[in-house]
Write a protein that binds this ligand. Structure first.
Ligand code: BEZ
Length: 255
C-alpha cells in the first residue's frame, strides 16, 4: 500500500516488494482462514498490493476486487489477471456492495483509522464481515526505537522513523464498536519474523523516507541503525528477525 503522510511519501516498487517483501503474503495463513472466502462471495481486498493474496481469494471462486494506491503494485496485480483499482483506503466510496472486506498488512499505513473503518462499514452489506490483520501495538518497536535514536543523534527528524498506526486490541475494538460493528474477535500476536534479506533490506524497503533525509549520509545512517539492532535482532549466525506484532480482527456489520 502506498501512503501519503504529512511529512513523507512511501512508494513501492513491485520488483523490490516481490524480492524482499514476499514474506508478507506468505505469513498470512491465519487471517486467510479467518476470512474463509466462499465461491460467489463479493470480497474487497483493501491494500491488495501486488495481488498475491487477492489471487488466493479469487482461486476460491469468490468475486474479488483489489484496491491499492501504488500504481506499480496494481500493475503487478493486473498482470495476475485480477480485478483491481486505484483508491485510498481512507476515502472508500462503496455502498453495501461486499459480503466481506479483507485486509492484510496494509491498515497500519493508514493513519486516519476512523475513516478507514467508516468506509469499510459502508462498503459492507448488512451481515457482511470485516477481517483484517496488520501491525499491532508494539510492532517493530525495537526497529523504530533504533531509528529514532540514530535520527536524534544526527539531528534528523525522528518522527520519520515510525509513521504507522499500531493499535492495541482495546483501542481498535472500541473504534469498531463506535462505527457500529459487532466485534467477533480481536487478538494480538507477537510474530518474530525472519528477514531472509537481512535488516538493511527491510529498512530500505519499509522506511526509505527516514533514510533519504540524510542525503549522502544515508548509507552510514543505515549501517548505524543496523549495528544498534544487531545485539537484539541478529543471532550468532547472522540471521535477522524482526520484532513483529500482529493485530487480527473479525467484525460484522449488523443486519
Ligand atoms: C508490518 O507489516 O508490520 C510493517 C510493515 C511496514 C512497516 C512496519 C511494519
Amino acid at each position: 500500500m502506498s501512503v501519503n503522510s504529512a511529512s513523507s511519501k512511501q512508494t513501492w516498487s513491485a520488483e523490490k516488494y516481490s524480492e524482499h517483501g514476499r514474506f508478507v503474503a506468505d505469513l498470512a495463513g491465519a487471517v486467510f482462514q479467518w476470512l474463509a472466502p466462499e465461491a460467489g462471495e463479493k470480497i474487497l481486498d483493501l491494500g491488495c498490493g501486488d495481488g498475491a493474496l487477492t489471487q488466493k481469494i479469487a482461486e476460491t471462486g469468490a468475486d474479488v476486487l483489489g484496491v491499492d494506491m501504488s500504481d506499480d503494485l496494481l500493475s503487478a496485480a493486473r498482470g495476475r489477471g485480477l480485478s483491481v483499482r486505484s483508491g485510498d483506503g481512507q476515502a472508500l466510496d462503496f455502498s453495501a456492495e461486499f459480503d466481506a472486506v479483507f485486509s492484510n498488512a496494509a491498515l497500519h499505513w493508514m493513519s486516519q483509522a476512523e475513516k478507514v473503518i467508516d468506509g469499510v462499514f459502508r462498503a459492507l452489506k448488512p451481515g457482511g464481515r470485516f477481517v483484517a490483520e496488520f501491525g499491532g501495538h508494539g510492532n517493530v518497536a525495537a526497529i523504530v526505537t533504533a531509528m529514532r535514536a540514530v535520527g536524534e543523534r544526527r539531528g534528523g527528524e525522528p518522527s520519520l522513523a515510525g509513521p504507522w498506526f499500531f493499535p492495541s486490541t482495546n483501542v481498535y475494538a472500541d473504534m469498531l464498536l463506535d462505527a457500529g460493528f459487532e466485534v467477533r474477535r480481536v487478538e494480538l500476536h507477537p510474530r518474530p519474523t525472519p528477514l531472509k534479506s537481512g535488516m538493511k533490506e527491510w529498512l530500505k524497503l519499509f522506511r526509505k523516507p527516514f533514510f533519504e533525509q540524510f542525503d549522502e549520509e544515508s548509507e552510514k545512517v543505515l549501517a548505524e541503525v543496523e549495528e544498534l539492532l544487531r545485539p537484539s535482532l541478529c543471532d550468532a549466525r547472522g540471521n535477522w528477525t524482526a520484532d513483529y506484532v500482529r493485530i487480527r480482527v473479525e467484525a460484522v456489520k449488523p443486519v
